[in-house]
Every structure is written in C-alpha cells, then in structure tokens.
Design a protein around this ligand. Structure first.
Ligand SMILES: C[S@@+](CC[C@H](N)C(=O)[O-])C[C@H]1O[C@@H](n2cnc3c(N)ncnc32)[C@H](O)[C@@H]1O
Ligand code: SF4
Length: 384
C-alpha cells in the first residue's frame, strides 16, 4: 500500500476491560459477569458479513483488533473473527493483523493461541515505566509485569509496539527523557507516545476541575513534546505521525489507512467506518453500548446508528485533519480533487510564513514540528 493507494482496513472493537482507567474515554466497559464470548463472536461475524454484502470483493490490507482490552478475548474468539473476515473478503497472506493487549492480561499460552489464529502484531498498553506513575494512572500492572509482557510478545510475534503516556503531573523533561531512553532500549520497531489528555467526563477531568490534578503547563508540554521527538528519532524511531514512532517500513499499516484517508470498515460496538459505496463515501458508526449493539446485530444484522453520505467539503476537511498528522503530509492535488476546492493561497502563505506548514517539491503539504504541536488550529485555518 502507498500514500496514493491507502488500502482497505478492517477495525474490530472489543469493548470490555478488567478495570476502567481514570483518564480513558474509549468505549470500554467493565462487567461483573464475563461477557458471553461465543455470542459476541457470532454477532461480530454477522456484522462483518452484513458489511461485506454492502461492499463485496474487497482485498483487506490490514486488520486491527482494538478496544477496550482485546487481550481479554479467548483465542477462539479472535480466530472466529479472523475467519469471518477471510470468508467475506480476500485477505492477502502478508496482511497486517494487530491485537491490542493490556500487560495485566498477557499469558504466554493465550498469546500463542492468538499467533496461531493469525495475529502477527501486538500493541501493548505499557503507559509508564515507573510503578508510582502506573498506580497514579490506575493501571493493574507494575513495571515488572510490563517487562514480562514485552518479552512474551517479542518471543511470540514478528512485530510488536507499545504505548506510553507522558506529560503526567509533575513529570520533568529530564525524567521523561530517562524513562523514554529505557523504553527505547526495550522497543522493537514501533512506539506510540501519547501526551496525557484530560478527557471530559472522566475521573481525571473531575480531579482537574477541582484543582487536585495538575498537568504540565504549556511551555513544559512543548518541551516534553520536543524531548519525545528528539529522543525517539535519535534512537532510530522518528515520528511518522504526531504520536507514533517507527523504524522505516515498520509503521502501523492499519493506522496509515486512516491517516491517508483510505477505506475502512468499523465492526463491533462504537466502531467508526469510512466506506466507498456506489453513491459515494459513507461515514458509519455503530451503537456504543455492548449489549444494545448485540441486540441490534441479532435483530438487524448490524449495529449501525449512523450511515451518512459525506459531501466533498466534509471529505476534504477529514482528509486534511487526518493527513496533516503524518510526517509525509498530504498530496495537494488529491485534496483538491476530493474536496472540489483549492487551498486558500493567502491562508497557506500565512501558515508557511509562521513556520506551521511547508510545501514539498513533489506537491505535498505537511505540518512542521511547531505546526504539529498545534495541529487542530492549523487544520481549522486551512479548512476555514
Ligand atoms: C485502547 S487503549 C490500548 C490497549 C489497552 N486497553 C490498554 O490500555 O492497555 C489505547 C491507548 O490510548 C492511550 N490513551 C487512552 N486514553 C488516553 C488519554 N486520556 N491520554 C493519553 N493517552 C491515552 C493509552 O496509551 C492506551 O494504551
Ligand atoms: S486505557 Fe485501555 S485498559 Fe484502560 S480503560 Fe481504556 S481501554 Fe481499558
């Protein structure tokens, strides 16, 4: 796949976690009784079949099992999902198949089961490499458990990545640089490094509003971002996207489908899709609540609650928003063809003059490092 041909990805959402982390606003739920995995896997397979009926004949270039905590799935559940995808579309032999795993639910035997089922890449939610911060983040694992999970993942899968969250309360650039240095020694070829975001309606947001949780100020946050970029790049894992770092050719192909504004199906509770249908590009979204989603799928064949035809302007805005996250940026000609409008030359010149974006000789537009730190504002200016 390439920037010009972004491919077709299938995202499958597993919406359950063992505990809810206080910073997280993903569609993840904790249930007292374990969910009926056989029933959920039948429903996921049914939604895959219904979606494939609308868009038959595609070749899948990547599959991503995300969550929630997909590593709470039995290998048989993962196998049933992957079989359903292969039954309804064509899956090439080298298709990237990623599963997100939480270090507290990593067991060697289950990991072998995922590998046998066809998973070839794992992304681990490590979050921090010191125990005090892991406790503060409400995680169920400690550093020792994270290290063990990384080791098992390395032994089992050809490709692994892990996530860290930085800009934690009180974290200095020097402390983060040391921790990231440790992480880079453990990293294989991909790392996701997220700045802590205070999401509405989370316990962290309530603490923040009450003045009981202080995040680094803007200058410190900018310094932390610069440290992140430089340290990872120095270790051979440059940022290919705002928060994602990889050795060349080790980028997450599935996430590239989103950022290059390709086509993807969203399966499972609360999943989003972008489908190329005969009448144009559709934005889809399914019911978020797992049990309500299950009931809808069992009744109607899918859990869709949004299925909207996007107009050209909306598609152009989405392409900008996604594409400028990438170091490679966007192809200006593709943007203009898709959106049916030219980028405003004055607005562009202004952003270039302020060092926020740059044009390349091969007709691409990309955000500079300063621009990617304030990307939402840059995109708002360009889309206006
Ligand atoms: C769905 S979770 C990953 C898998 C698994 N659920 C776990 O947490 O181990 C995706 C990632 O998003 C990041 N994340 C979630 N909420 C965040 C927030 N408020 N700020 C920054 N990063 C966040 C975390 O790094 C997390 O690993
Ligand atoms: S960060 Fe991961 S484990 Fe924690 S609640 Fe969110 S999805 Fe679940």
């Amino acid at each position: 796949m390439s920037a010009a041909e972004p491919g077709f990805g299938v995202y499958v959402h597993w919406p359950f976690c063992a505990a809810k982390c206080p910073y997280c606003d993903f569609n993840s739920h904790v249930r007292h009784d374990p969910p009926d995995q056989a029933r959920f896997s039948r429903a996921l397979a049914r939604e895959i079949a219904t979606t494939a009926d609308r868009m038959p004949g595609r070749t899948v270039s990547s599959i991503f099992l995300g969550g929630g905590t997909p590593s709470l799935m039995e290998p048989a559940t993962v196998g049933a999902i992957l079989d359903a995808i292969a039954l309804n579309w064509t899956v090439a032999a080298n298709t990237e198949v990623t599963l997100e795993a939480n270090p507290s639910s990593v067991e060697a035997e289950r990991f072998r089961g995922y590998r046998l089922a066809g998973v070839n890449r794992v992304s681990l939610g490590v979050q921090a490499l010191n125990d005090a911060d892991l406790r503060f983040l409400g995680r169920l694992h400690d550093v020792a458990e994270a290290l063990k999970a990384i080791e098992i993942a390395r032994k089992t899968f050809p490709r692994i990545s892990f996530d860290l969250i930085y800009a934690r309360p009180g974290q200095t650039p020097a402390a983060w640089q040391r921790e990231l240095g440790e992480a880079l020694k453990l990293a294989a070829d991909h790392l996701s490094l997220y700045q802590l975001t205070i999401e509405d309606e989370t316990p962290f947001a309530r603490l923040y509003r009450a003045g009981k949780l202080k995040v680094p100020d803007e200058d410190t946050a900018a310094e932390l971002y610069a440290v992140t970029r430089e340290t990872a790049e120095g270790a051979g894992l440059p940022a290919y996207e705002v928060s994602n770092h990889a050795r060349p050719d080790a980028e997450c192909r599935h996430n590239l489908v989103y950022w290059r504004y390709g086509e993807y199906a969203g399966i499972g509770p609360g999943a989003h899709g972008r489908l190329r249908l005969p009448d144009g590009r559709h934005a889809t979204e399914t019911e978020r609540n797992p049990e309500a989603w299950l009931a809808r799928v069992e009744r109607y064949g899918d859990g869709l609650i949004v299925d909207e035809l996007l107009n050209r302007e909306e598609q152009g805005d989405e392409m900008l928003l996604m594409g400028l996250r990438l170091a490679e940026g966007i192809d200006i000609a593709r943007y203009e063809k898709l959106s049916g409008r030219d980028l405003d030359p004055e607005q562009l010149a202004d952003l270039v003059a302020h060092g926020m974006v740059e044009r390349t000789v091969d007709g691409r537009l990309r955000a500079t490092r300063a621009g990617s730190f304030v990307l939402d504002a840059v995109v708002a200016d360009l889309a206006a």
